[in-house]
Ligand binder design. Sequence first.
Ligand SMILES: Nc1ncnc2c1ncn2[C@@H]1O[C@H](COP(=O)(O)OP(=O)(O)OP(=O)(O)O)[C@@H](O)[C@H]1O
Ligand SMILES: [Mg+2]
Length: 375
Amino acid sequence: MNWLRSAPGIMRGVYWRIAAVLALVGLSYIVFRLISPSFPEIYPGAIFFPAVLLAALLGGMWAGIAATILSVLLSDYLIFAPVGSFTGKSPSSVLFLTLYMVYGTSISLLIEGLNRYRRRLAIAHEEAALARERSRAEEESRRIAFQREQLRALADGLEKAREEERTRVARDLHDDIGQILTAVKMDLMWIDRQVSMGEKEVHRRLESAVELINEGAQSVRKICSGLRPAILDDLGLGPAMEWQTNEFSSRTGIACRTTLPPTKLGLSTNCASAFFRIFQECLTNIGRHAHARTVDVSLFREGEEVVMIVQDDGEGIRDIARAPSLGILGMKERAQSCGGELLIDSSVGRGTAVMLRIPVHSNLSKEDGDARIDR
Ligand SMILES: Nc1ncnc2c1ncn2[C@@H]1O[C@H](COP(=O)(O)OP(=O)(O)OP(=O)(O)O)[C@@H](O)[C@H]1O
Ligand SMILES: [Mg+2]
């Protein structure tokens, strides 16, 4: 039955097609039998032909041909014996039957062709719609990529501005407040020297004031280092990381082992800042979440890249897929803005390792046009 199944038409199932052919031709036969006594001259083809047409439309070519053959058989008063037979038919009747067959088959073929054309047209329409959809999606993804790039550039700009602002505030704090405190301290010490030895209470108060000023100066230094450690600009990334590690270790009691380069690594200011901020976030995360006993910190140059590894022996990240919140996202963004990458390897109970790689001479790392390269 494959021929009937594969033929194009409105009806899909083979049994539906057979049923349609039988019903249409059967109906025509009943009509023919009903009206033929009143109109004995009527040509049977006129009654059966709509059935052939409808069968071809609904079921396709083979349904049309099947309806043609069936209607020929029926219209000749059931030609099979004992009801009827071809014997004794007039040549004109045979000619009519033959013509009817040719006619029905041609119409079926024509409808088949039309159906195929209609389908091909529908497929072409679908393909065109798909192509339009694809090009719209491509356009959309290009637009998103462009916007992403713009956002990244904006974030880079903001980060740079923030870093510059921190440096400026730290310098102002250090220079202005630091100088004022030193001047006040010297004045107080001068007053202390002028006051006679008998004024014990005045001496005590002056000493306490100098002590307070010392504490104030220390606080200012601490705040300045928190904003941006001068050591990062003055001595470079390695010493700044060493200093930060010592701070972290004395604050948290977690032992830290460091392998830091004695020489400078050739990073731009921007990328040195990115390294340092990522390192700070790694230590903050360890202090906050890891419950580690020791931390290993290493920084080295590998070919044209600078690599930093911070490894702790803590609890590890429980659900690394759900982990990225702002801290980890920020680290990744910073790494990307310098043309590098950040990888996190963590398993529960076995600690966490964060690896950062940044190319020394990446275009992005020099984008700021900073002449003070070689940190
Ligand atoms: N070294 C680590 N050891 C164990 N878990 C960690 C470690 N680092 C990160 N995590 C886990 O990953 C999560 C995401 O870290 P992330 O730094 O992105 O966010 P956060 O520290 O919770 O908040 P913030 O946005 O303030 O940094 C943390 O909540 C923590 O569960
Ligand atoms: Mg964090």
